[in-house]
Design a protein around this ligand. Structure first.
Ligand code: AMP
Ligand code: MN
Ligand code: MN
Length: 323
C-alpha cells in the first residue's frame, strides 16, 4: 500500500508524466498504458505523454486513442520528466532507446506482472500472480479509490482479456473473473471487445498462421513443436510485424505438445523467439538467452539466425524436458 500512496503523491505533484509500453506492444501493454493515461486524466486532470516503442500494431488500430500515442522516434531525449512510468515492461531493455529518458526522470515507476522483473524503477509495483499488468492497474485504481469510466474499463478489460488468452490461460484466477465482472459493469462489453481482439484479424494474418502451422516441425515424440518464419515469408504474406502473434499458442494447442516455439527471423541476423509450454518453466529457458516472461509464456531475442538459434534452444528445452 505504501508504494501505491507514493504513486498517488507522485502523480499529484508531477508537471509532466511519460508512460512507456514495451517494444512490439501487445494488448496488455497498450491497454495498460492508455488505460492508466485515461485514469490519470480522469482523476487528476492531467495529460500524459504515451510512448509506443517500435511499430504501432495494426491489430490494435481499433483503439481510439492509439493515434494520440507517440512513437519512440519522436520523443526528445533531452527532456527530463517528473515522472516516467513503464507498464508491462519485464526488463528495462524492452524500453530500447527510451531507457535513457526513463532513468533520467525525477521518479521512475515500474508497474508489471512478470516474474522475471527485477524491480528496475524507483517505485516498483509488481505482482507476479496477476494475470496482466492491466489487472495490477485496476487493483491499484480500486485501492486508491480512483474513478473508472467506460473508456478506462474497456482498456483495462482488453489487457486482461488478451493476456489470459480470452480467460483460458493458467493465469485466469477467480480474481480475474471478479475484475472482469466489475469492468463489464462499468461498461466494458465482452462480446464487442472479444470481436475486436479476436475476430478482426487481417486475412494475411490468418493465412500466415495457417502456413506456420503447416510448416511446423515436431521433435522428441512430438513434445516439442516449432516453426520458423523468415523475413521472406513475411514479405510473401505481406505481413506486418504483429501478424505472428498467436502462432506459438496454436502449436501449444496440440495434445502432445509440451513446449512450442516460434522462431522469427529479424533484422541483422537475429531471431525473435516466442516460447509457450504446458508445464515446463520457459521463462527460465528464455532467461538463459537474456529474455524473460512468465512460466508458460516467455520470449527472447537471440543474436543468431533461426537455424543456429534453434540448436541452442533445443539443447536448453531438452534439459528442461528431461531434468
Ligand atoms: P511473446 O512471445 O513475445 O508474446 O512474449 C511472451 C511473454 O514473454 C510476454 O509476457 C513478454 O512480455 C515476455 N517477453 C518476451 N520477450 C522478452 C524479453 N526479451 N525479455 C523479457 N520478457 C520477454
Ligand atoms: Mn506484454
Ligand atoms: Mn502482460
Amino acid at each position: 500500500m505504501q508504494n501505491l500512496k507514493e504513486l498517488q503523491e507522485n502523480i499529484k505533484n508531477a508537471n509532466n508524466i511519460i508512460i512507456f509500453s514495451h517494444v512490439n506492444p501487445d494488448g496488455d501493454t497498450l491497454g495498460s498504458m492508455i488505460g492508466l493515461s485515461k485514469l490519470i486524466e480522469l482523476n487528476f486532470n492531467k495529460k500524459t505523454t504515451n510512448v509506443i516503442i517500435g511499430r504501432k500494431p495494426d491489430t490494435y488500430a481499433f483503439l481510439n486513442s492509439i493515434d494520440e500515442c507517440r512513437s519512440n522516434n519522436d520523443i526528445d531525449k533531452e527532456t527530463i520528466y517528473d515522472l516516467a512510468i513503464a507498464v508491462d515492461v519485464a526488463a528495462k531493455d524492452r524500453m530500447v532507446d527510451m531507457q535513457e529518458v526513463y532513468f533520467k526522470a525525477k521518479k521512475s515507476i515500474n508497474i508489471d506482472h512478470h516474474i522475471t522483473n527485477n524491480g528496475y524503477g524507483n517505485i516498483n509495483i509488481i505482482d507476479a500472480n496477476a494475470s496482466s499488468c492491466a489487472e495490477v492497474i485496476y487493483g491499484l485504481a480500486k485501492a486508491l479509490n480512483w474513478e473508472i469510466n467506460q473508456e478506462t474499463a474497456e482498456l483495462l478489460y482488453i489487457g486482461i482479456l488478451t493476456d489470459t488468452g480470452g480467460f483460458r490461460f493458467e493465469n485466469t484466477s477467480p480474481k480475474v473473473f471478479n475484475y472482469a465482472a466489475e469492468l463489464s459493469e462499468q461498461g466494458a462489453n465482452p462480446t464487442k471487445l472479444y470481436r475486436l481482439c479476436y475476430e478482426s484479424k487481417p486475412k494475411a494474418m490468418a493465412l500466415l498462421n495457417a502456413y506456420a502451422i503447416q510448416n511446423a516441425v515436431f521433435k522428441e515424440n512430438d513434445k516439442i513443436a516449432y516453426t520458423i518464419i523468415t523475413k521472406e515469408d513475411m514479405k510473401n504474406f505481406n505481413a506486418k510485424g504483429d501478424y505472428t502473434e498467436g502462432i506459438s499458442e496454436s502449436l501449444r494447442q496440440i495434445n502432445t505438445t509440451e513446449v512450442s516455439m516460434l522462431l522469427k527471423e529479424s533484422e541483422n541476423q537475429t531471431t525473435k523467439v516466442s516460447l509457450r509450454s504446458k508445464n515446463i518453466d520457459v521463462a527460465k529457458i528464455a532467461e538463459t538467452f537474456g529474455g524473460g516472461g512468465h512460466h508458460f509464456a516467455a520470449g527472447c531475442t537471440i543474436q543468431k539466425p533461426p537455424k543456429i538459434a534453434l540448436e541452442k534452444l533445443m539443447e536448453e528445452i531438452k534439459k528442461s524436458l528431461y531434468e
